[in-house]
Structures are given as structure tokens and as C-alpha cells.
Design a protein around this ligand. Structure first.
Ligand code: PEP
Length: 256
């Protein structure tokens, strides 16, 4: 399967800075059939960036969306409004779940709304440190996966990507909190098995499983060579061109 490198810019860069950064990335990225590059800029930058985007090199994702199509939802942007601007949407990121109190219902409705609007969901899930300490990782992953996909028809499943992002391993420099390749391997194997139980092996193996949590050029290769890992979701390192490009180069080496 193709590998995917997804950069989540979170709430960083002005529109002008985003434009300069995209220009820099596009100059340096060489197209590859084996590695798909996706960036998720802040929503205010999405439309301007479409004017300079080379979709053969990079695809756009939203960082979020609202599942209602239109209406009295002050401050929100719907998947219907994002349709045509982005190919992908990050849904259920832990910052949305825990800082903005998005519920399981919001997430499953968002996955459905994205698909209905021809946007491929990147469904994020992962356990917190407390859940891990209490040995609840598999229960959390199963609940978040089954919940997030509960409105997805079998024929739509290959449009979905699933990103395993253990909350305790996001944006950390503490070495004890960096997820080991064994931690990631256990989780992605469990996710693949759960997808197989839900949808059957043929369809389940079409779903790219990504890993996210403090990925840097130095550890990207170790995660990308884990069987069942089909890509990476990157926060901090995606904001530094040299680091993001370094991870893309690693993915190309692993894929070839
Ligand atoms: C993220 O927030 O999705 C993420 C993986 O961030 P970081 O790479 O900074 O840990």
C-alpha cells in the first residue's frame, strides 16, 4: 500500500506565512506514486492555498469540520463548505476531543458528513496516559474506532484513514513518553484486526493506518517500517520544512 505523510499545522502560521511555506515545500518535493503528501493548514488559509497548490505534489486536508451542512452555527465551517477545497479532513484529533469537548456523536457524524461531501476522513484515535496506566488501551481504541465508523457503509470504508495517536505521546520531548515501535505495532495490529472483524479482511486491509505522536526525521523510519503502519501524522515537525521534507524522503526510501 502507498504510504501517507500528513502534516497537521494546527493553529500556526498567518495566511501569508502559510503561502510562503507551501511555496518552499512545493519547490523541494518530488512527486512520487508511492508516497502521498497531505497538509492540514488552518481553515482560514485553505482557500488561498488552493490558488498555488500543485495537487500532483500535495493534497489539502482540513483540521476539523462541522457535520451540519449550513445554519446557525457561529464560528463553524461545514464539510459542505469544505467540499472541493480539500481532499481529506482530520477528524477526532485528541485536541478536538479533550480541549473542545467533541463527543463521539460529533465524531461519527463528522466522518459521515465528510464522506457525503467527497472528503476522505482521517479518523484520529488513541488512549490517554491514565487509560494506558489502567490497561484500557484496547477498549478505548475499539470504542473510538467502532464509534467513529458506525455510519460508514462497507463500500465507503476504503475512503477512510485511521490515525493512531496515543495522547500521552503527542508533542513530547520526554523520552519516556515517546511511543516505542512495539507500542505502535500492538495498537495498529489491534486496529487492523478490529477492522477485519467489522468489515472483513479484503476491505479492512485497504484502510491506511497512520501513526502520530512526536514523529521526527530521526524516528520516522522506525515507525514506517512497522508492518501495518501505512503512514504518519505529524504535528510539530511538519512546521519545519527541513524536518517535514526529511520525513517524506524517509517514507520514499521505505516505500521503494
Ligand atoms: C498531532 O498533534 O497530531 C501530532 C502528532 O503532533 P506532534 O507530531 O507534535 O506530536
Amino acid at each position: 500500500m502507498k504510504l501517507y505523510i500528513v502534516g497537521n499545522w494546527k493553529m500556526n502560521f498567518s495566511v501569508g506565512e502559510a503561502s510562503v511555506y507551501l511555496h518552499k515545500l512545493q519547490q523541494k518535493i518530488r512527486t512520487s506514486k508511492e508516497v502521498g503528501v497531505i497538509i492540514a493548514p488552518p481553515s482560514i488559509a485553505l482557500q488561498p492555498l488552493t490558488l498555488q497548490l500543485d495537487p500532483k505534489k500535495i493534497k489539502l486536508a482540513s483540521q476539523n469540520g462541522n457535520y451540519h451542512d449550513f445554519g446557525a452555527y457561529t464560528g463553524e465551517v461545514s464539510y459542505t463548505q469544505l467540499r472541493g477545497l480539500v481532499d481529506y479532513a482530520i477528524i477526532g484529533h485528541s485536541e478536538r476531543r479533550y480541549l473542545f469537548c467533541e463527543t463521539d456523536k460529533d465524531i461519527r457524524e463528522s466522518v459521515a458528513a465528510a464522506i457525503r461531501n467527497q472528503i476522505a476522513p482521517i479518523l484520529c484515535l488513541g488512549e490517554t496516559e491514565v487509560e494506558r496506566t489502567f490497561g484500557e488501551t484496547r477498549d478505548v481504541l475499539r470504542d473510538q474506532l467502532v464509534g467513529g465508523l458506525s455510519q460508514v457503509a462497507v463500500e465507503d470504508l476504503p475512503k477512510v484513514m485511521v490515525a493512531y495517536e496515543p495522547v500521552w505521546a503527542i508533542s513530547t520531548t520526554t523520552s519516556a513518553k515517546i511511543a516505542s515501535p512495539d507500542d505502535v505495532s500492538d495498537a495498529v495490529q489491534f486496529l487492523r484486526q478490529t477492522l477485519t472483524d467489522l468489515y472483513g479482511a479484503t476491505i479492512a486491509k485497504k484502510v491506511p493506518l497512520l501513526y502520530g505522536g512526536s514523529v521526527k526525521p530521526a524516528n520516522a523510519g522506525a515507525y514506517l517500517t512497522i508492518p501495518e503502519v501505512n503512514g504518519l501524522l505529524i504535528g510539530g515537525a511538519s512546521l519545519i520544512a527541513e524536518q517535514f521534507l526529511g520525513i517524506i524522503e524517509t517514507a520514499k526510501r521505505v516505500a521503494s
